[in-house]
Design a binder for this molecule. Structure first.
Ligand SMILES: Cc1cc2nc3c(=O)[nH]c(=O)nc-3n(C[C@H](O)[C@H](O)[C@H](O)COP(=O)(O)OP(=O)(O)OC[C@H]3O[C@@H](n4cnc5c(N)ncnc54)[C@H](O)[C@@H]3O)c2cc1C
Length: 457
């Protein structure tokens, strides 16, 4: 086990993927077995320390940070990236037992080799299974109702007492938000390997959202996105197919990936600091229009995980995100209200809006708990230019019943008790059962969850 332990005077830093948030920490531990996780948790507990497990660091807020002491430094980070072994694969049932630190891109390639697939996937594949499970990473659906979270059948953790064990059925009924323990191993119910035919259509955004239920009924997977004030957006649909990618499909996927990567390298190097805002607005409006109108519209077949993700593993420009689970019945009204605000502000060109759709989750504290959902995602590429718009935009989405994605930016005016009612107390009871002494508590928990709890919970 690698242990990087620092003296009071040294600096050891844990940073999120885009480098925009970081904290100095006391120690980063890289276990290679569950026994080493037990050792790390017990050692921290014995000296009254705090632990936070991290995966791919692909969250946008401080949910993966270790609680800061009065000296302003976090305590112990347990980086589970070394726990990435596939333990067993049962081809007949599709059950796969795997260590939870494995990154999605590595797992999906192994599964494909064995003729298997996950039921769904988000837009990106750098996250770990444990990170996906902790915050409820979602993709999009339509007719196809499989969700990524529904694949998790059993979950092993090292809990706050330093004991390794399986989560009970009741405990698995809640999103763990990194607060139940260090997840070390999971069993997944996989589906047979599949391929998808993707079609991108240029659409009037307002009409597309008015007809969204029809699109969801007609296609296996659906995603709608646009940038800033553009009236036109891209409706992407995917349908499962028996066809295999042709040479032309492969070439187009490669070319599209290359071009998208080039756009992101350009955005990553954009001189935000010294460009006047009016010029940035023009640049982003131009990039957004090109990105929309030059999209590859012909149908394209690919293996499921390349088809459904956004140019995964190619460079992506640093950006920030706010995302909300909005009840599907509010989808059109919410989009129209947001678009009215965007239309008033030229700097909204620096925002990409992405809408995805899933069925209800049964996991307590999942933003899409118990509701057919439209996921409303704001990708802030021009963060400096668009930051002032976010309070007004997010207030509208909250007013339409939006519940924030816990690992993205959570607006200050979101009230978890209003969003989840007494479920937040039930969640807290499970958390306390797993971690009676609060070893996994961090500043994120104290900011978002603790104030919403009733005194008796
Ligand atoms: C470019 C990009 C694209 C994204 N796309 C999507 C998307 O399409 N859909 C979506 O829903 N989200 C998306 N996200 C958000 C991302 O999926 C989540 O934030 C996810 O939790 C990140 O996983 P991670 O492995 O990076 O975990 P981290 O960010 O490292 O940690 C996130 C949480 O998981 C906990 N955790 C990590 N490992 C463990 C463990 N072993 N045991 C217990 N807890 C653990 C941490 O303590 C923390 O609370 C995206 C993020 C980025 C940066």
């Amino acid at each position: 086990m690698a242990v990087i332990d620092m003296t009071q005077d040294s600096h050891l830093t844990h940073a999120i993927w885009n480098g925009w948030l970081s904290q100095d920490v006391r120690a980063i531990i890289q276990p290679t077995s569950e026994a080493e996780v037990v050792e790390a948790v017990q050692a921290a507990r014995a000296r009254g320390g705090k632990v936070k497990a991290i995966g791919g660091r692909h969250s946008f807020n401080n949910i993966s940070f270790s609680r800061e002491s009065t000296a302003g430094r976090g305590d112990t980070i347990v980086d589970v990236g070394g726990l990435r072994q596939v333990k067993s694969i049962d081809h007949a049932s599709g059950k796969v037992c795997v260590q939870a630190g494995i990154a999605l891109h590595e797992l999906v390639a192994i599964l494909a080799y064995h003729g298997l697939a996950l039921p769904n996937i988000g837009a990106w594949m750098e996250q770990t299974l444990a990170g996906v499970l902790a915050t409820g990473t979602h993709g999009s659906g339509g007719r196809y109702r499989g969700s990524l979270l529904s694949a998790f059948e059993t979950v092993r953790i090292v809990d706050g007492t330093g004991t390794s064990r399986a989560l009970s059925d009741h405990e698995r009924g809640f999103l763990n938000l990194g607060c139940f323990g260090v997840v070390t191993e999971v069993t997944l119910a996989c589906v047979p390997l599949f391929y998808c035919e993707r079609q991108k259509l240029l659409v009037e955004v307002d009409a597309a959202i008015d007809n969204i239920l029809m699109h969801l009924h007609q296609n296996d997977f659906v995603d709608l996105r646009w940038t800033g004030r553009l009236r036109t957006g891209t409706l992407t649909t995917w349908n499962r197919t028996e066809r295999r990618p042709s040479l032309l499909d492969r070439f187009r996927t490669w070319l599209e990936g290359y071009l998208l990567g080039a756009v992101h390298v350009g955005l990553a190097n954009y001189p935000y600091d010294w460009m006047p805002q009016w010029l940035s607005n023009q640049v982003f409006a131009g990039v957004g229009a090109a990105y929309t109108h030059l999209a590859f519209q012909d149908s394209q077949v690919d293996i499921w995980y390349r088809a459904l993700t956004y140019n995964s593993r190619a460079p992506i420009a640093p950006h920030d995100e706010f995302e909300f689970a909005v009840p599907i019945a509010q989808a059109a009204a919410c989009v129209h209200d947001v678009r009215r605000i965007l239309a008033k502000h030229p700097q909204s060109a620096g925002l990409e809006i992405q809408l995805r759709f899933t069925g209800p989750s049964r996991l307590g504290l999942a933003p899409n708990f118990d509701r057919e959902t439209m996921w409303f995602n704001f990708n802030q590429f021009d963060r400096a230019g668009t930051q002032s718009l976010m309070p007004e935009l997010t207030a509208v989405v909250l007013a339409h019943g939006g519940r924030p994605h816990w690992s993205k930016n959570v607006p200050d005016d979101f009230c978890p008790r209003a969003g989840y009612g007494h479920m937040i107390d039930e969640w807290e009871a499970v958390r306390r059962g797993c971690d009676p002494d609060g070893v996994f508590i961090n500043n994120w928990y104290e900011r978002y969850i603790a104030p919403a709890l009733t005194k008796n919970s």
